[in-house]
Design a protein around this ligand. Structure first.
Ligand code: ADP
Ligand code: ADP
Length: 227
């Protein structure tokens, strides 16, 4: 049984078709890599699954509920309470300290400031970020900023972590550190991970990989999924 599913999803930007009947089904606890050439529709598919973009046709299902027909309020509640996000770069709020950035999802979910910061701080030792709690994004290396973004994506214990090129701005060593931490933390929490990447090295961390080509999903490691 699947936790989240895209059924024959199509979406165009003006005249540009980004998705053309994409099908994908992800099981709870699975770590899935979405690969494929640049411009093939990977990010668009991720954004449809996460309830950020609405398909022109097809359906998105999460935990037995239809996402694509939900109202925006319900969808933003779903994203806030049950999903986590990590993107490529430029995602930390520059005015906030590192620990405030990590605490953000908890604060948005209604936690009190002291409790949220306490929980946020537990992530710093765990991710090798000790001593960086008070820094702002301008005072962090790319790898440090990306680990802080990862902590923020996981701090509220989301059921699904959506990651779009989470190592894309990093050199290979920093990228491997981020992926090691991402996979370890996700397994420990039982978080389902859907990661868009064009790097085979990143995909190697996944349980399964699918390839998006011309707006469709194909799979070579699981004959039961895709086209
Ligand atoms: P990928 O993530 O595989 O690189 P995308 O999903 O970002 O691919 O893009 C798929 C196609 O849709 C590309 O042709 C891209 O240029 C186009 N596209 C994506 N987002 C937008 C947008 N906001 N406006 C217009 N075209 C877009
Ligand atoms: P990625 O594929 O990692 O999402 P891109 O550089 O393709 O990175 O896209 C970055 C942002 O620009 C995304 O929000 C995407 O929706 C948007 N975008 C991509 N292609 C286009 C386009 N042709 N026109 C307008 N916006 C685009």
């Amino acid at each position: 049984t699947s936790l989240i599913e895209a059924r024959d999803v199509a979406l165009s930007f003006g005249r540009t078709p980004a998705l053309r009947g994409a099908r994908l089904s992800v099981a709870a606890g699975e770590i899935l890599a979405i690969m494929g050439p640049s411009g093939s529709g990977k990010s668009t598919l991720l954004h449809c699954l996460a309830g950020i973009l609405t398909p022109d046709a097809g359906e998105i299902w999460f935990d037995g509920r239809r996402v694509d027909t939900m109202g925006e309020t319900e969808r933003s509640t779903l994203r806030r309470d049950r999903f986590g996000f990590v993107f490529q770069f430029g995602q930390l709020v520059p005015e906030l300290t590192a620990e405030e950035n990590v605490a953000l999802p908890l604060l948005l979910g209604g936690s009190r400031r002291a409790a949220a910061l306490k929980e946020a701080r537990t992530w710093f030792e765990r991710l090798g970020l000790d001593g960086l709690e008070e820094r702002r994004s301008g005072e962090l290396s790319g790898g440090q900023a990306q680990r802080i973004a990862l902590a923020r994506g996981l701090v509220a214990h989301p059921e699904i972590l959506f990651a779009d090129e989470p190592t894309g701005s990093l050199d290979s060593l920093a990228g491997e550190q981020v992926m090691d931490l991402l996979v370890a933390a996700a397994r420990e929490q039982g978080t389902t991970v859907i990661v868009v990447t064009h790097e085979p090295r990143v995909a190697a961390y996944a349980d399964r990989e699918v390839i998006v080509r011309d707006g469709k999903v194909s799979s070579f490691s699981d004959a039961g999924v895709g086209a």
